[in-house]
Design a protein around this ligand. Structure first.
Ligand code: UD1
Length: 368
């Protein structure tokens, strides 16, 4: 059996890493039965957006690098398809495995589907029901095309069933991103980032922000910044900023954000970032993955979005949706700052146990 695994953008790397490890483990026990190749599309290409994750997550060098780079959604998707199709013609895999919901995920799945190559989608079934998000379009299309849909939570199974996906194709396996987090939690404690930034446990908030809906529109961005300025009077905010966000800060002349209690940093690698997240008082973010990671770490998370495709982080986790509503962001941050957190009810979804990737590989191994 020959599998091509595809990764392209930052949030893909932590999902692909445990799958590769699980395939290697399977192969040790089954005479290298699964042949596999890793394709990096090059959607993210900076050291800090890509290479550092290969190092931190111990992912082997990609076998094939497509080098597609940035562009509009159509350009980026089309470039991945054109390059990936050549790989498929040449390598003739029995299965293409895609993770998450970025443009590379969509493009690779489309190319495979057109060549009638079976597709496995990891992190299937997540829905925000907001089609203004590019990721939502990617999720819906990839799930329609996929033959094996590996879901992280039971609500994802329900979403897929409502869309008419046959239940034989759906496998509830848990969350591969949690596999990575649990594996690297101890190692991340060795990071020197807290010391380097002169921070102490529980005495800062951590912020990430990069959704187009928040950072591409000056009005929305300013509403969030107003809240941050207010919150930073009470607690320093550490802000590793995504390249998209930085570019827009320059465009909107937001340089003064650096004054006061908001500490603007370059994006960080996985281990440094995990240490920062684990030791923060709370997190503010518009990322998908961090809603899950804070839930597992039992760190309060204010999600700067109106919807989430990960509702179990609210019902069973630490997540609260605050959108870009200045008052709401401040109010919820103050609630966290004013009370000592009650960690008695700590829980997180079933199967977020570090074994999702092994479950995926055991399903794949039964493929004819
Ligand atoms: C992509 C994903 C998003 C994910 C995010 C994490 C899609 C539709 N979106 O968004 O789901 O949460 O990655 O980062 O696939 N850039 C650099 N260096 C890089 C990569 C990008 O400077 O290595 C800049 C470029 O100017 C580029 C911009 O960032 O135009 C946006 O990159 P892109 O891959 O288009 O989307 P992201 O916003 O990163």
């Amino acid at each position: 059996m020959k599998i091509v695994l595809v990764a392209g953008a930052r949030p893909n790397f932590m999902k692909i890493a445990p799958i590769i490890q699980a395939i290697k483990k399977y192969n040790r026990q089954h005479k290298n039965r699964i042949r596999w190749q890793l394709v990096h599309t090059g959607q993210h290409y900076d050291y800090i957006m890509s290479k550092v994750f290969f190092k931190d997550l111990e992912i082997p060098q990609p076998d094939i690098y497509l080098g597609v780079g940035s562009g509009t959604h159509s350009q980026q998707t089309a470039r991945v398809m054109m390059e990936f199709e050549k790989v498929l013609f040449r390598e003739k895999p029995n299965l293409v495995m895609v993770v998450g919901d970025v443009n590379s995920t969509l493009a690779a799945a489309l190319s495979a589907a057109k060549l009638n190559i079976p597709i496995a989608h990891i992190e299937a079934g997540l829905r925000s029901y907001d089609r203004r998000m590019p990721e939502e379009i990617n999720r819906v299309v990839v799930d329609v095309l996929a033959d094996y849909l590996f879901t992280p939570t039971i609500d994802a199974n329900e979403n897929l069933k409502k869309e008419g996906i046959p239940k034989e194709k759906i496998f509830l396996v848990g969350d591969v991103m949690v596999d990575t987090l649990l594996k690297l939690k101890t190692k991340s404690q060795k990071s020197k980032i807290l010391r380097k930034l002169n921070l102490r446990r529980g005495e800062y908030a951590l912020l990430t922000l990069h959704r187009p809906s928040n950072v591409d529109y000056e009005e929305n961005f300013l509403k969030i910044i107003s809240a941050l300025k207010e919150i930073s009077r009470r607690i320093p905010i550490v802000f590793p900023a995504h390249p998209r966000t930085r570019k827009n800060m320059e465009k909107f002349k937001m340089g003064r954000i650096k004054e006061g209690g908001i500490h603007l940093l370059e994006p960080l690698g996985y281990l440094d970032f995990l240490q920062l997240m684990m030791n923060s008082k709370f997190v503010m973010t518009d990322s998908g993955g961090m809603q899950e990671e804070t839930t597992v770490l039992n760190i309060p998370c204010l999600t700067l979005r109106d919807t989430t495709e990960r509702p179990m982080t609210i019902t069973q986790g630490t997540n609260i949706l605050v959108g870009n509503d200045t008052k709401k962001i401040i109010k919820e941050a103050e609630k966290i700052l004013n009370k000592n957190r009650d960690s008695d009810h700590f829980s997180y979804p079933a199967l977020w146990d570090g074994k999702a990737a092994e479950r995926i590989v055991s399903v794949i191994a039964t493929m004819k």
